[in-house]
Structure formats: C-alpha cells, structure tokens
Design a protein around this ligand. Structure first.
Ligand code: R5P
Length: 299
C-alpha cells in the first residue's frame, strides 16, 4: 500500500502513513504560467493506493487535482484506489433547491468514480444521501470520538448542538463523556444569514417547547457542529447560551471553513476557544483524524 497526500492534505497523509507504517509517495503538482495544472507521480506505485485530499477552498482546484491523481495512479498500475476526502466540498448541494441549479454533489461523485476510484471515505458528510450517489463503496466516518477525547471531561459540562440537525453530534459526544447535551433551534434565512428565532433550550428528554433555563445556567457549554462557514450559526448560539447564563462557551467543529472573518466574529461573541479537526488545515485544527483514518484502513 502507498499513501498519497494531495495538496490540501499533505500533513494528514504523512501522519496516516506513519501510523500505518506505510510508504508516502511524493507527487509533483504545480501550475504552468497560464494557470493549467501539471502533475507527476514521483514515486513507485503499489497495487493499492490511498489518496488523501480534502476539497475545501480552493474547491475546484483541489477536486481537479484529485481527479488527476486518481486517473494517473490507475494509468500507471494501481489496482485499487481508495479516496479519503476528510472534507467533501459541494456536499451541501445534494439536490436542486431551485429550478436550473446543478446538483453539484452528484456531479462531483460521478467525476470521482469515472476517474477510477474504487472506494470513498469522508468524515461527517453534511448530507448522508450524497453517499447514495456512489456506485462504489462509500462511507462517512465520525470525528466525534476524537473531538470527545480532546474535550476535558469536567464537571458542569453541557454539549450543545446549535441546531437540531447537529443534535446527533452532541449526543454522540455526550455519550462518550457521560455528560448532558441539548440543542437550540435555528432558522436559515439565506446562505450567509441565520437566525436562532426560537430561543428555547430543550433537554434531551423534553418534547415540549418550554424554555429550560436550568439546562444552561452555570454550565461550561461546548458547542459542536459539523461545519463552521461564516460563523453565523455559532455566533447566534453563543449569544443565546450567554443570555441563559452559561459559565463559559467553547466551540468545536469537524470542518473549519471559517470564511468572512468567522474566527474573529466567534471570539467577539464571547467564545473561550475554537477547536476543529484537521479535515481542513486551519489555526483551529487541534484534533487529528489520522488515528481514525489509519484504524479504518487497517480494518
Ligand atoms: C448547517 O446546517 C451546518 O450544520 C452548519 O451549521 C452550517 O453550515 C454553518 O454555516 P455558518 O457558519 O455559515 O452559519
């Protein structure tokens, strides 16, 4: 087996290779003066090749480089290519929300398959139905055990999902740490505008809309979400948690897109810290996915 790190995931690929005791293969990937990509595999290819490449910004370049990698290693002798895409760009456009829109996630999947990928692995994909677009084995792994390991198992800990969609992440972490969890209610008004309209904080076992102030008061709240993009969702959540008397608020996510000054806005709103995985390289990437990837590839 040989491991290849694409331009966006070199550090993670090196750590996975080290944990597996497998060889890293150097790839020369650069741009010609006119902007076109040049790619050359500079090492020996084994029958089995693992390509690790996230497709955060610049999404289109990272995707094209990945396609070049898959096709080239297949052309020069690889029998099985496993694509590990820690963050999958375009996975939020899994359907045609408005007439005429491209179903971008499906197009990306078809490109990966037609380039020759034999297996696909990602982390906490935003819409699991995207995996159904694949004809090859495709799996989403969870980063929550690694994030839970990082969070101190302190007293008064409350894991908070900023919306109901993220509640299963909060539940997963709370179960590992044996602490409480809850969620807030969020309404999305547009791609960069969210409003947490209903400021109720519900207990896990509560089915009504009653505000439960005691769920937050005096707690060390840790917000967990899959993606932080503009930070709007998290800023709203921090404000509500502070309003309800949280002692402190820390923020965790799997995929730190962190665009448009999100980091500053989150700290300005009162967060004590922001941590994320290294699915995308960022200042916040303090939780490594290398062990989970290596364990999965070994199994
Ligand atoms: C959406 O439901 C996701 O789980 C995230 O909450 C969302 O992508 C975050 O976006 P933003 O940081 O722009 O609010």
């Amino acid at each position: 087996m040989v491991i290849i790190g694409g331009s966006s995931s070199q550090d993670l690929a090196a750590k996975v290779a080290e944990k597996l005791g497998e060889r890293l293969c150097y790839v020369e990937s650069k741009k010609f003066p006119d902007g076109e990509r040049y790619l050359k595999i500079n090492g020996k290819i084994d029958d089995e090749v693992i390509i690790i490449q996230s497709t955060g910004y610049p999404q289109d370049e990272n995707i094209l480089e990945l396609l070049f990698l898959i096709k080239t290693v297949k052309d020069i002798g690889a029998k099985k290519v496993t694509v590990v895409m820690p963050y999958m760009g375009y996975a939020r456009q899994e359907k045609r929300f408005n007439p005429g829109e491209s179903v971008s996630a499906k197009i990306v999947v078809e490109l990966i398959e037609s380039a020759g990928a034999d297996e696909f692995i990602t982390f906490n994909i935003h819409e699991e139905c995207v995996l159904n677009f694949f004809n090859i084995p495709a799996k989403t792994l969870s980063a929550m055990p690694a994030i839970a390991d990082f969070i101190n198992d302190e007293e008064d800990l409350l894991i908070v999902a900023p919306d109901k969609g993220a509640y299963h992440f909060a539940q997963e972490i709370a179960q590992i740490l044996n602490c409480e969890c809850t969620y807030l209610s969020k309404v999305r008004l547009g791609p960069d505008k969210v409003e947490t309209r209903i400021v109720d904080v519900r207990c896990e076992d509560s089915s009504d809309e009653t505000v439960n102030v005691d769920a937050v008061k005096g707690k060390k709240a840790v917000i967990i979400d899959d993606i932080i993009a503009t930070g709007g969702t998290i800023v709203n959540a921090i404000k509500i948690l502070k309003q309800y008397g949280a002692k402190s608020v820390d923020v965790c996510c799997v995929h730190p897109l962190l665009v448009n000054g999100a980091t500053t806005r989150i700290y300005e709103a009162g967060a004590q810290s922001i941590i994320s995985t290294n699915s995308i390289s960022s200042d916040t990437s303090r939780v490594s996915l290398a062990n989970i990837i290596a364990d999965y590839l070994k199994s």
